[in-house]
Design a protein around this ligand. Sequence first.
Ligand code: GTP
Length: 170
Amino acid sequence: GPRDNGFKVVLLGEGRVGKTSILLRYVKGEFSDRQVSTLQASYLDRRLAVQDQSIQLSIWDTAGQERFHALGPIYYRDADGALLVYDITDYSSFNKVTKWVRELRQIVGAEICITIAGNKIDLEKHRAVPEDEALDYARSVNATHVYTSAKQNKGLDHAFLDLADRMCKR
Ligand code: GTP
């Protein structure tokens, strides 16, 4: 729950979908086309205003490669929210999101706020995940769905503001 208006958010998703890029863009305003794979989870803080309140988000970036999957609970166990990221050009990365949702709902329960982010929306020409499927799925698991581009800085403020707003109302 809220600790002095601070919330923990965990970024989860398959390797290469853009979790680190989302975090670095959102907190530091940086982006690299050659972002290297995360081997060790770490976090960055960012303050934002939600309805006249100052909120602090501690946003945890995790390693997406399958060999790190078992470490997930260490990071999501006490999280208030999760941003589950897939790459809109890669259908298997969307399947991975459905696995994370099942795991989060099973282990953490209904109280964790979940946002599903279809990242790399700048590559819409190469979309492999049908929009109606993604939106229907998100609705069915009581998650918000957003589109983002860490590369073009699209959708990120909205994604974190919406998540913060829902965590505040929990
Ligand atoms: P792991 O650390 O392996 O879990 O990967 P990750 O999910 O943190 O992905 P990362 O941020 O390392 O990005 C993987 C690749 O995708 C990098 O080459 C990024 O530059 C690229 N990338 C990230 N976000 C975007 C985006 O919005 N659009 C495009 N076109 N490329 C992106």
